[in-house]
Design a protein around this ligand. Structure first.
Ligand code: ADP
Ligand code: ZN
Ligand code: ZN
Length: 803
């Protein structure tokens, strides 16, 4: 087969198809599906992905592949298939779907190197090529006469590896290692020989008398409190050796993890894990919803299911939300499975991500723990996919290829005939509804471990506080309890919503929030025009100057930031030691981990933070959780606002009283009677589900209806309105009577970067023609969308961000 069918890296409607290229004979055995190639395209040379191979083409004159970038295919046949599926699902270009599955460094052309991996048995022809070096430029191989086929064999055998040089300093990681050249006895002798005044040199040699293992120079110098100047003479004298080592940049690799053994499962856990093990044994694809309160031992079930998969020589993907990917979480996995685990999270540099990915590809690890994109881990024998906190909206990608990791998981689960486990204390309504219907298999953990009870929750009505003269953002109850914890040497977590700067309007006297009369959604305050607008339909009204319910004048927009809260807190309780965790304080690499460690080491009494602290934290000494403004989320212009509020209160409450000490939760709210706040404080998911489902049904929202959200943007407001209007009209005309087509409406974020944004929302039950219709729209506007800073139309089939 000497013709390759290639998807080229030109994201556009016209190029969203396969192009045929000839394969020059020298590449015959390396070109295969999933390999990235460089191909001529018009006057340019561009990146492409080989999808399949064939013997004949319907075109006569084929141009040839110019270069082959991968020795090992970057994408497995299965991922190529998933890419195709994804492209249909999300109406994205095939090439974008392939790229979304790959680490950053593989999306462009980087300089390549060959790295020697294996000291012993280095084949003669490679010995000649490398001539004593550990790393050579890839071009040296290309000029060497060694065939690609042969190189591929060496790569497969683990003798050498192809490495991508990543230019930026931050990502390029080679470490200088220092190693003793003498044995301990000889070292002691040389210690004698060193001049007495060379104290620093003596410390270094002394160190190696005690420790013979090589170690990074940096560590050595800091351990011995010496400098490179003292090290140099020792290297020159041949006592020590310095060399560069290409470390795989495992961010946790420097740490030893205490190995943990599986717990004997409780009866409830056994009942829950049993069906999962069953479908593992039967090699069957099933979707499980593991519904268990926080601290009920879900993670232990994940760990033991994964163990089963590893015993069968298969692989596991474990997804956790980015913010839950805490060192604590990673520790549990590394502790159980040791070096078999790769970790993928956004804190890694491009190079580090690539290294972790490469470990998966080389089958050096069998478990990957990661955020959303880890769902594309290139495993070939997947045995299980687990999504923890499955309700988290961060599993949905919000740009370009708008996929939901849950859907990808289920698709891959089908292909590999393996179970998918969705776990949560507060499942997404869609998921729970499917489990109730029997489409997913429901597994329940109703009790916390060690019979720990859920923390008791107290709802504080902030309207009462105001009426009694307390204008502060802290209720008296919360303040008292905080002081009490400090006295007792216990700790507290204070949670403020990230969207503390929310833009809804609320009466401080009665808690009344202005809502859209048509959409059951809080109206958004637009400061400039002093108007309130609905972001779903086009309803708008002037900003009221008194409350329509109680005529109070204290109606105003609502919001505070964490920094402000910290200041107030310090004024009210000057002795409190506070750690603030938000985007500002965690920007630096490693800051997140450091702050949490400090809190774990009891260097602070109060951890104050945003969403970041809502998940996964497990500190035994935390006995109080305060939620400052439970309403902030409740009134977002989003039909999921109640669901998110319920989830968040439950999650945050789960941080208290996880171990021996009992926990308490204080929820401050202006609407204590709201069902999501009431039911969350009672940990009553079931009732919340029933209640919320009624509303969803009434207002035509998921899970009863599907949504499609069009967002149109352009620098010219008239243009945006006009295009959105056309889309609305077209969809109204073509879709069935049952579909609601809403719009055009300005988006909640009406202008970003000087581009106006409008939207059209479609609510529907079953519209088999919908994708084709949308493709026609996109095709129609194709030329205008190609213009620089021109028209943009995005289509989201599972919108989570409605702004
Ligand atoms: P979840 O993931 O549901 O929040 P975890 O798996 O973190 O719950 O379990 C809560 C705590 O109980 C953890 O400290 C965990 O180590 C412990 N644990 C879990 N299962 C068992 C068990 N079968 N026996 C003893 N302790 C357990
Ligand atoms: Zn009022
Ligand atoms: Zn409305």
């Amino acid at each position: 087969m000497n013709i390759a069918k290639v998807i080229v890296d030109v994201p556009s409607q016209n190029t969203n198809r396969l192009f045929d290229y000839g394969i020059p004979s020298k590449y015959l055995h390396v070109v295969q599906p999933g390999v990235r190639v460089i191909v001529p395209f018009g006057p340019r040379k561009i990146l492409g992905y080989v999808i399949s191979m064939t013997d004949h083409s319907e075109f006569n004159k084929l141009r040839n592949i110019e270069d082959v970038l991968d020795i090992t295919p970057a994408l497995t046949p299965e991922l190529l298939q998933v890419g195709k599926w994804l492209s249909n699902q999300t109406l994205s270009y095939y090439v974008s779907c392939l790229q979304v599955m790959l680490p950053q460094v593989l999306k462009a052309k980087y300089r390549k190197e060959l790295w020697k991996l294996n000291e012993e048995d280095f084949p003669e022809e490679l010995e000649q090529l490398f001539a004593g070096r550990g790393v050579i430029d890839y071009s040296e191989f290309e000029n060497s006469g060694i065939t690609y086929q042969q190189l591929r064999k060496y790569v497969d055998e683990g003798v050498v590896d192809v490495h991508y040089e990543v230019k930026s300093r931050e990502t390029k990681k080679t470490t200088t290692i220092v190693e003793p050249l003498l044995d301990p006895l000889q070292l002691e002798e040389s210690l004698e020989d060193l001049p007495k005044q060379a104290t620093k040199q003596r410390v270094i040699v002394g160190y190696f008398v005690e420790h013979q293992e090589p170690l990074p120079k940096k560590n050595l110098l800091s351990l011995t409190n010496t400098s490179a100047a003292s090290l140099k003479p020792l290297v020159e004298q041949g006592i020590l050796k310095e060399y560069k080592q290409e470390v795989l940049r495992d961010p946790y690799g420097h740490r030893e993890f205490e190995r943990s053994a599986p717990f004997p499962l409780t009866e409830e856990q056994q009942e829950a894990i049993h069906p999962i093990l069953h479908s593992l044994a039967d090699r069957k694809h099933d979707v499980f919803l593991l519904h268990g309160v926080t601290g009920s031992g879900k993670t232990e079930i994940y760990l033991q299911s994964i163990q089963k998969v590893l015993d069968e020589d298969k692989e596991a993907i474990m997804l956790v939300p980015e913010i839950a990917l805490t060192p604590q979480m990673v520790e549990r996995f590394k502790g159980r499975f040791g070096s078999k685990v790769a970790v993928l999270h956004s804190g890694l540099s491009a190079g580090e991500k690539y290294d972790e990915w490469r470990k998966i590809q080389r089958e050096e690890v069998h478990v990957v723990v990661g955020a959303r994109s880890a769902i594309f881990a290139p495993f070939k024998n997947l045995g299980i996919i687990i999504i923890d906190e499955e309700h988290e909206s961060s599993y949905k990608q919000e740009d370009r290829t708008r996929y939901h990791a849950r859907d990808v998981a289920i698709e891959r689960g089908k292909i590999h005939s393996c179970p998918v486990v969705l776990g949560s204390a507060t499942p997404a309504l869609e998921t729970y509804a499917r489990a109730v219907k029997g489409n997913y298999h429901m597994l329940t953990l109703s009790k916390r471990m060690n019979n720990a009870s859920m923390p008791s929750t107290e709802l504080i009505d902030m309207r009462d506080e105001l009426h009694q003269g307390n204008r502060s953002m802290f209720s008296r109850v919360l303040l008292d309890k905080l002081k009490d914890r400090i006295d007792r040497g216990e700790q507290a977590v204070l949670f403020l919503n990230r969207r503390g700067y929310a833009t809804f309007v609320m009466c401080r006297d009665c808690g009344h929030v202005k809502e859209c009369p048509h959409c059951d959604i809080a109206l958004t305050y637009h400061r400039r025009q002093e108007r309130l607008k609905c972001h779903y339909c086009s309803h708008e009204e002037p900003m009221p100057n008194q409350c329509p319910e109680c005529e109070s004048k204290t109606i105003r927009y609502f919001g505070t930031g964490t920094q402000k809260v910290e200041e107030v807190l310090q004024e009210l309780i000057p002795e409190a030691r506070v750690i603030r965790m938000d985007v500002d304080t965690t920007r630096k690499k490693g800051a997140h981990e450091r702050l949490l460690n400090d809190f774990g080491d009891k260097k602070a009494d109060i951890l104050l933070g945003t969403q970041m602290i809502a998940k996964g934290l497990d500190f035994g000494n935390v006995t109080l959780v305060g939620i400052l403004a439970a309403d902030a989320l409740l009134n977002l212009p989003d039909f999921r606002a109640s669901e998110k509020t319920f989830q968040l209160i439950t999650q945050v409450s789960g941080r208290a009283g996880r171990h021996k000490l009992a926990g308490e939760v204080v929820v401050q709210t202006y609407t204590p009677e709201h069902y999501s706040i009431q039911l969350a404080s009672e940990y009553d998911y079931e009732s919340f589900f029933q209640e919320e489902m009624k509303l969803r049904k009434g207002f035509h929202y998921p899970p009863y209806y599907f949504l499609t959200l069009f967002t149109v943007s352009h620098p010219n407001q008239l243009k945006v309105q006009e295009v959105t209007q056309k889309i609305v009209q077209f969809m109204r005309k073509k879709l069935s009577e049952e579909a609601d087509v809403l719009g055009p409406t300005p988006s909640a974020l009406t202008r970003i970067n000087n581009r106006y944004r409008y939207q059209c929302m479609v609510k529907y039950k079953d519209e088999p023609e919908q994708r084709k219709l949308i493709q026609r729209i996109l095709h129609y506007y194709e030329d205008e969308m190609k213009e620089e800073n021109g028209l943009q139309i995005t289509v989201d089939f599972q919108p989570y961000q409605l702004m």
